[in-house]
Design a protein around this ligand. Sequence first.
Ligand code: VGL
Ligand code: ZN
Length: 201
Amino acid sequence: MKALVVVDVQNDFIPGGALPVPRGDEVVAVINQLMPRFDLVVATQDWHPKNHLSFASNHLGKKAFETVDLNGIPQTLWPDHCVQGTSGADFVKGLDLRPIQAIFRKGTDPEVDSYSGFYDNGGKTTGMAGYLRERGAKEIYVVGLAGDYCVYYTAKDGLKEGFTTYLIEDATRSLDEENFARIKQELTSAGARIITSKDLE
Ligand code: VGL
Ligand code: ZN
């Protein structure tokens, strides 16, 4: 059984948002078209408290996109984004929410960032792997934003969790396309399959 995992299609990650992914809004129409082809659709939602330590604003004298050490893990600092309850954290208007059967919120611990929808950067689970397994998913198809962060880490952890893992490349956009080109090679070597939405028609 195949599941679609829709990663972080939230206002702050599209043009006009706090941490915009270039052309990030273009994934919405593609994802809406994909959803009816799946037995199960789940979504992740980046959901930070205001005092989250991935925000540059919570580090004296630091700017966004600098790196710091956060509890022994290198942490890229971001502009404040996806703050719990703000419109930036809402799903993008136009994304069809009706087929989404479960939503996994992540990044809620102020001390730990969470790129993957499966577990945070400290290894704590969101419960998504167990949910997908209990619902009978064997194959997961990962889409959404950003291709070189949360989509990448979610696909990587999907493989680790034993799912046959696909990344639908026209249903994602990246902060840095060159970085994403490298990531596609890495994921392919790790056993993921990079496809386009046309391959599912
Ligand atoms: C993301 C950076 C920080 C993402 C989330 O959804 O890719 N990137 N938080
Ligand atoms: Zn975040």
